[in-house]
Design a protein around this ligand. Structure first.
Ligand code: IVH
Length: 698
C-alpha cells in the first residue's frame, strides 16, 4: 500500500484541471472539480510540503469557487475550502466530553527506565520480543478531532482529559487538518483522532518578528504559541499564525453496522500509514518500526542528537507497542497507557537568580529590559543575560530583583524566563522599576497606547545612532567587514564616527594612534568601506533602517524603482500596490522619505559615491532572468550563496522547494529527492552546473 493520498495520475489530472479552469468561465458543473483541485492544492502545500500551484493561481481558483457558491448557495458543502473561513468571532469555547478520556504518557529519562518498561510490556503481553514504534514527541498543544461520515465534525482541546474546549472553528484554520477524509472506504462511521498542534520554528520566528515590529509582546515559545493560538477569539487571527498539526493516535473508531474491523488499523504503524494516505499529516514519516529495546534506545538518542535539525520542536520520543491486540492486552492505568511511554530528552531548563535588569535602546528607540542572571548552563550553552522583551512581560511573570527564576532554551529559540518562584522569596527582593527616561540620552520615554514597548523618540539619541550605524554596516546590509557593533561604539565614543555618512569620511590618519587598531585592520577596513560603495540598492535601502523595511521589502521596493529618489514622491496608495507592502509599511516609507534629515543623509551618501541607482532593474530590462525561478540541489563546486546571488543579480528568484512554480533546478553531485520530484513534475528545466553557468553568461 502506498501512503500517498493521491496517485501520480490523479495528481497530474488535478493539475491539468487547475490550469484549464484558470482560463475559462466556470459553471456549477465545475463546482466539484474546483473543490477537489483546491483541497488537493492545500494537501500539496500543507501536508506534502510540495506546492504545485502558484499562490496567484490558488487565489484565482478560490475566488471562482467563492463566486459560484455565492450564486448557488444550496451547492455549498462542508468540505468546501471556502468553509474554512469563519464568520464572526468565537463567543466562547463550550466544554465537550471526549469520546475516550485523553490519557497522558508515563515518562522515562534513560536507558534503564526503558529496559524496565520493556520487561513489563513483555510480561503483560506474554511475548518474548515486541515490535515497537518509535516516533517524535511533539512539543505543542494536544487536540482531539472527530470525523463523522467523512467530515470533520469537531475539534477539541485536551482540557482535563475528560472534557476539553470545543475549538472546531479554530481547528479549521489549521490547513493540514482536512475538512473531509474518505474514512467510509474502511466502513468507518466515526473516528476520534488525537494529535498535536504546533507552530514550526520558522513561523514562530516570523510571528514574533511581526509582533515585535508592531510593538507587541512576542510569544514566549512555540508550545505556548500553539496553545494560545488555538484559543484565540478571532479565527482569522488563528489562520495567520501558520499552525501545523501531527496526528498520532486513534482513540475511538465506530464502524458502520455489521462491518468488521479494518486490517489497515490493526497496528499503530499501519494506522499512521492509512491516516497519511487519507490526507492527514501524521508522525508517520518520522516513525521507526523496531524490534528489541536496545535499538529503541539507540533511536531515541539518535533523534535527541538531531532534534535541532527538525523544523519543529520535539521534547522527546514516544515508544508504542505496534500491535493493537497487544496494546489491549497490556492495558492502561487511569492515568496513562501501559503500552506506550515517553522518553524525555535532557532538560533545557534550569533555575538561576535574577541579579539585575538593564535597559537596552534599540535602533528604533525601543527600550528593552534585559535580565542579568547568575550564569547557568542550559542545553549546551551558558546563559547570563536574556531579554525580558517589555514591561508587560516583567509584570506578567511577577519578577523581582533577587528572585529565583526558571530559564528555558528551546532549540533555535532564544532563551527566556519561564517564571519566577515567589514562594522562595525571603523579603530581600526588590521591585523592578521601569525607567521613565531613556537610560542613554535621558529624554522622557513614550509608549503609544496600543503598544507594549516604551520608546525613546530622540532620533539623535546616542544609543540609536550607534545601533543605526552598526545596522548599516552589518552583513545583510552594506556588509562592511570589520565594522562590527563593538568598533562602531568605540569609534563613536572616541568622536571619530557620529553618523552613517561619517563612515565614508573616517579620519584614518588621526585614528592611527587608537589602541588595539593596527595598520592591518585599518587597511582592511578602508578596503571594505570602499567596496561597500558598489553594493546593490536593495542592501542600501535595507541598511537605511526604515521601520518595517526588512530585506524582502527592500528587494521588492528595488524592483520598482530606477533610483532611490523615485520613492520620494510615491504615495501610500502607490506603495500598497507592491507585493507584500501593506498600509503600515507604506506609511513608514512615506514618513521616512518626508523627513529632511533622511533626505540629507541620502544626499551626503550619494556625494560620497554610493550607488543609489538600481543596476538590478537595468539588467532585468536588458533581458536577464526576470521572472524566472531557480533552486539548487546537491553539492556544487561553487558556493551556493554565490550561485544564488548570480541568479538574483540577473533578476531571477530563488525558491525553497520543488513545485510547479519552479523553472530551473540546478543539480550538483548526490542530488536526492528534489531531483526526483522535479523529474516527476516534468515541467522543470534540469540543469548541470555547467549549463547553469552558460545560461548566466549568455
Ligand atoms: S500518544 C494514549 N504520541 O505528549 C496515548 N502523545 O506528555 C496518547 N504527545 O498527552 C498519546 N507527541 O499530548 C502520543 N507522538 C506522540 C506524541 C504525544 C506528543 C503528547 C500528548 C500527550 C503528552 C504526554
Amino acid at each position: 500500500m502506498t501512503n500517498m493520498m493521491y496517485s501520480a495520475s490523479q495528481q497530474s489530472e488535478l493539475l491539468a484541471g487547475a490550469k484549464q479552469l484558470l482560463h475559462i468561465e466556470v459553471t456549477p458543473e465545475h463546482l466539484a472539480q474546483l473543490k477537489d483541485i483546491l483541497n488537493f492544492a492545500d494537501w500539496t502545500y500543507y501536508v506534502n510540503d510540495n506546492p504545485v500551484l502558484a499562490d496567484s493561481e490558488y487565489d484565482a481558483l478560490f475566488k471562482k469557487l467563492k463566486v459560484l457558491e455565492q450564486h448557488h448557495p444550496s451547492l455549498i458543502t462542508p468540505d468546501s475550502p471556502t468553509q474554512r473561513i469563519a464568520k464572526g468571532l468565537n463567543k466562547d469555547f463550550p466544554s465537550v466530553a471526549h469520546l475516550v478520556p485523553m490519557l497522558s504518557l508515563e515518562n522515562s529519562y534513560d536507558a534503564e527506565d526503558l529496559l524496565d518498561w520493556d520487561r513489563k510490556c513483555r510480561e503483560l503481553s506474554g511475548q518474548e520480543d515486541i515490535e515497537y514504534c518509535v516516533e517524535p514527541k511533539f512539543d505543542g498543544a494536544s487536540i482531539s478531532l472527530i470525523y463523522e461520515n467523512d467530515l470533520l465534525f469537531r475539534g477539541a482541546t485536551r482540557g482535563d482529559g475528560v472534557q476539553g474546549d470545543d475549538i472546531t472553528n479554530n481547528t479549521k484554520q489549521i490547513r493540514s487538518v482536512p475538512l473531509m477524509a474518505s474514512l467510509s472506504k474502511y466502513h468507518i462511521r466515526q473516528i476520534e483522532i488525537r494529535g498535536e498542534v504546533l507552530i514550526n520554528k520558522k513561523s514562530f520566528t516570523q510571528n514574533n518578528e511581526k509582533l515585535v515590529a508592531d510593538g507587541l509582546a512576542p510569544l514566549a515559545n512555540p508550545r505556548n504559541a500553539a496553545s494560545g493560538s488555538l484559543r484565540m477569539k478571532d479565527p482569522n487571527e488563528v489562520a495567520k499564525r501558520g499552525l501545523d498539526s501531527f496526528l498520532y493516535h486513534v482513540s475511538n473508531l465506530t464502524l458502520n453496522e455489521n462491518e468488521s474491523y479494518p486490517d489497515e488499523f490493526r497496528t499503530h504503524y499501519d494506522t499512521l500509514k492509512t491516516l497519511e494516505s487519507l490526507g492527514f499529516k501524521t508522525s508517520f514519516s518520522n516513525t521507526r518500526l523496531i524490534h528489541g529495546i536496545a535499538k529503541v534506545i539507540d533511536t531515541c538518542l539518535e533523534f535527541e542528537n538531531k532534534r535541532d535539525e527538525l523544523p519543529y520542536e520535539i521534547d522527546g520520543m514516544v515508544i508504542k507497542v505496534n500491535r493493537m491486540d497487544l496494546q489491549d492486552k497490556i492495558g492502561q492505568t487511569s492515568h496513562h497507557p501501559r503500552w506506550a511511554i515517553a522518553f524525555k530528552f535532557k532538560a533545557r531548563q534550569a533555575t538561576s537568580k535574577l541579579l539585575n535588569v538593564e535597559y537596552q535602546v534599540g535602533r528604533t528607540g525601543s527600550v528593552t529590559p534585559v535580565a542579568k542572571i547568575e550564569p547557568v548552563y542550559v542545553g549546551g550553552v551558558t546563559i547570563s543575560s536574556l531579554s525580558l522583551f517589555n514591561q508587560d512581560v516583567v509584570k506578567e511573570k511577577n519578577l523581582m530583583l533577587g528572585d529565583t527564576v526558571l530559564i528555558e532554551r528551546a532549540g533555535d529559540v532564544i532563551p527566556y524566563v519561564v517564571k519566577s518562584f515567589p514562594e522562595l522569596r525571603d523579603g530581600s527582593e526588590q521591585v523592578i522599576d521601569f525607567p521613565t527616561h531613556c537610560p542613554v540620552c535621558h529624554e522622557a520615554l513614550y509608549k503609544p497606547a496600543e503598544e507594549a514597548v516604551w520608546r525613546c523618540t530622540n532620533i539623535n539619541c546616542e544609543a540609536q545612532v550607534i545601533e543605526k550605524i552598526a545596522h548599516f554596516a552589518s552583513k545583510d546590509a552594506m556588509d562592511i567587514r570589520g565594522l562590527g557593533d563593538a568598533l562602531v561604539r568605540k569609534f563613536f565614543e572616541q568622536g571619530y564616527l557620529k553618523s552613517i555618512a561619517g563612515i565614508y569620511s573616517l579620519p584614518f590618519e588621526e585614528m592611527k594612534t587608537m589602541e588595539g587598531f593596527g595598520e592591518k585592520s585599518m587597511t582592511n577596513l578602508m578596503e571594505a568601506i570602499e567596496k561597500s560603495k558598489t553594493q546593490a540598492l536593495n542592501r542600501l535601502l535595507f541598511g537605511l533602517g526604515i521601520r518595517y523595511v526588512g530585506e524582502t521589502t527592500a528587494k521588492t521596493l528595488t524592483r520598482h524603482i530606477s533610483h532611490i529618489a523615485d520613492l520620494y514622491s510615491m504615495s501610500i496608495e502607490q506603495l500598497c500596490t507592491f507585493e507584500d507592502v501593506g498600509i503600515k509599511v507604506a506609511g513608514s516609507i512615506v514618513d521616512f522619505f518626508s523627513h529632511p534629515d533622511n533626505r540629507q543623509l541620502i544626499a551626503e551618501l550619494e556625494a560620497c559615491g554610493l550607488n543609489f541607482r538600481n543596476e538590478l532593474k537595468q539588467e532585468i530590462v536588458s533581458g536577464g532572468l526576470a521572472g524566472k525561478t531557480f533552486l539548487f540541489t546537491g553539492t556544487l563546486t561553487m558556493k551556493r550563496s554565490d550561485a544564488e546571488a548570480m541568479v538574483e543579480a540577473k533578476g531571477g528568484n530563488i525558491l525553497g522547494s520543488v513545485s510547479s512554480k519552479l523553472n530551473y533546478l540546478v543539480v550538483g553531485d548526490d542530488a536526492g529527492s528534489k531531483l526526483e520530484k522535479a523529474k516527476k513534475l516534468g515541467t522543470i528545466n534540469i540543469l548541470t552546473e555547467e549549463e547553469f553557468m552558460t545560461l548566466i553568461e549568455s
